[in-house]
Design a protein around this ligand. Structure first.
Ligand code: NDP
Length: 295
């Protein structure tokens, strides 16, 4: 490793007046792995660009974004707590952002307009593709834990990929009902005490809640009721091996981790910012893992 965590032998030119600029905005942003992922890809591709963290006071989001219209920043990834406000501030939005009610990607166009996209759903599908490729979402019965922005983004992507039925279980049941009403007949809200029933024929279980995040309680769930060929995914990636994934592994179930989703959502962002696809391979994961588990 060298300066800024870039791989040695990096072909990236030094940052110059011509460098393309993108970044990630959040409050806080310190914990974000996006800078290490994107700067790693910039180095690997030899692109004259830089990807910067922008930590903001929560009140300053709109003023910050408005100030970038038509300027020199090609785009921003958006993380908590700004994703819904990112959609609101944009002039246009893609179908995924509209369905999710939130954007994780803003692009600043030369005409001064702002375009919102949501690549979290693509990231979720990419994570299954890379870590559980034989699990077919088409026609699957799926259980989602959580009813926040991440669950909403996942619902749109899973329904588009052909999921047969999706049950939402959430600590606050009213939010699960709101999502079920919004997304239509293939989606139902169930109380948490019906988890065992929902699990019985589920092909996929996804934790899209913050439960299991460092400092939060881990969910206690009857994973033994899942079919033996089910896959369990956790969007939480801090820690990477969440209590839910450890429990699933002990039962011999396949697992998909949140870092695979994070890298999956970063790929289309990188291409939108820098005009070239992110390189294939595991370098970004290795860089992110090194940041997650410092020596
Ligand atoms: P939101 O704040 O919008 O929603 C949080 C959800 O988690 C709500 O459903 C909330 O339930 C539930 N929740 C929070 N704490 C607990 C707890 N202790 N026990 C049970 N449920 C709880 O957040 P997001 O939807 O944006 O994000 C959810 C998680 O997904 C976060 O951990 C985030 O980091 C992760 N994420 C990961 C991504 C990736 O690329 N890997 C991408 C996007 C998100 P209630 O309604 O009752 O408050």
């Amino acid at each position: 490793m060298t300066l800024h965590g870039l791989p040695t032998g990096s072909a990236r030119p030094p940052v110059s007046g011509r460098s393309l600029v993108a970044g990630v905005v959040g409050a806080p942003v310190r914990q974000s792995l996006s800078p290490v992922i994107h700067n790693g890809w910039l180095a690997a591709c030899g692109i004259d660009g830089v990807y910067t963290p922008f930590g903001l006071h929560p009140d300053r989001f709109e003023a910050f974004v408005e100030g970038l219209r038509g300027g020199g920043v090609s785009g921003l990834n958006v993380t908590l707590p700004f994703k819904a406000r990112a959609l609101a501030v944009a002039d246009t939005a893609d179908a995924a952002a509209t369905a999710a009610g939130a954007a994780n990607l803003l692009l600043f166009r030369p005409d001064g307009s702002i375009e919102a996209r949501n690549t979290d759903g693509l990231g979720l599908l990419a994570a299954f593709h890379s870590q559980a490729p034989d699990v077919d979402i088409q026609d699957a019965a799926i259980v989602i834990l959580g009813a926040g922005g991440a669950a909403r983004g996942a619902l749109g992507a899973l329904l588009s990929a052909g999921a047969r039925r999706i049950a939402i279980l959430n600590r606050t049941q009213a939010s699960a009902h709101t999502l079920a009403t919004l997304f239509g007949p293939r989606v139902e809200a169930l109380p948490l005490d019906q988890a065992a029933t929902a699990f019985a024929d589920a092909r996929i279980l996804i934790n899209a809640s913050a439960a299991g995040l460092e400092g939060q309680d881990a969910p206690v769930l009857p994973l033994d009721r899942l079919p033996a060929d089910a896959a369990v995914m956790d969007m939480v990636y801090q820690p990477l091996q969440t209590p839910l994934l450890r429990h699933a592994e002990r039962l011999g179930l396949r697992t998909v981790d949140g870092l695979a989703m994070l890298i999956g959502q970063a790929r289309p962002s990188f291409e939108a910012f820098f005009g070239r696809p992110a390189p294939d391979g595991d370098e970004a994961r290795a860089l992110a893992l090194a940041q997650l588990t410092p020596p």
